[in-house]
Design a binder for this molecule. Structure first.
Ligand code: C2G
Length: 153
């Protein structure tokens, strides 16, 4: 009997942490449904997304592990989604541990280990730091790197 797993998330600035999670979902079920948080819902989460919903949904939809993408518009929709899609497993990163146990009457609830050392927040911080380096310093650094590369040839 084919198993269905569902997860919810923003998936902003898609990275390997997101990818590994989706890969693990595909290993635990035959059908993977991902509810991608809309921009409006994210504002409610206090999250300002860099990439708009349409593009985030398009990226997640293109991931080979994913079978269906639906919008996440409210906290309450999980109950009806689990029923509507006949979900066997609800899975999400352990940063949400315990928050969705109420679904365990309807389906298995799993909290998965997060991928270490990567997050959208971290990526935004690194990008901000990189962009704050004066252009001249960057140019000089690349010049030095080019000289070193030639020496190593
Ligand atoms: N994730 C992960 N490892 C990371 C970063 C994220 O496993 N290094 C997982 C998160 O645990 C989550 C999923 O990737 O399960 C999506 O992460 P976010 O986009 O940050 O999702 P979030 O904003 O936590 O939204 O109703 C639930 C919320 O919509 C979850």
């Amino acid at each position: 009997m084919s198993k269905v797993v569902i997860t919810y998330g923003t998936f902003d600035m898609f990275h390997v942490g997101h990818l590994k999670l989706l890969q693990r979902l595909s290993e635990m079920a035959d059908r993977v449904i991902v509810a991608v948080s809309t921009d409006e819902f994210n504002l409610g989460k206090g999250k300002k997304t860099l990439i708009p919903y349409e593009q985030r949904a398009q990226i997640v939809e293109s991931i080979k592990y994913v079978d269906l993408v639906i919008p996440e518009e409210s906290w309450e929709q999980k109950l009806q989604d689990v029923k509507k899609y006949d979900v066997d497993i609800f899975a999400i990163g352990e940063d949400w541990k315990g928050k969705f146990d109420f679904l365990s009457d309807l389906c298995e609830v799993r909290y998965l280990e997060r991928t270490k050392d990567i997050s959208t927040t971290e990526l935004k911080r690194s990008l901000k730091n990189f962009l704050s380096i004066p252009q001249e310093d960057l140019r000089q650094a690349f010049e030095v790197l080019e000289l070193l590369r030639r020496d190593l040839e």
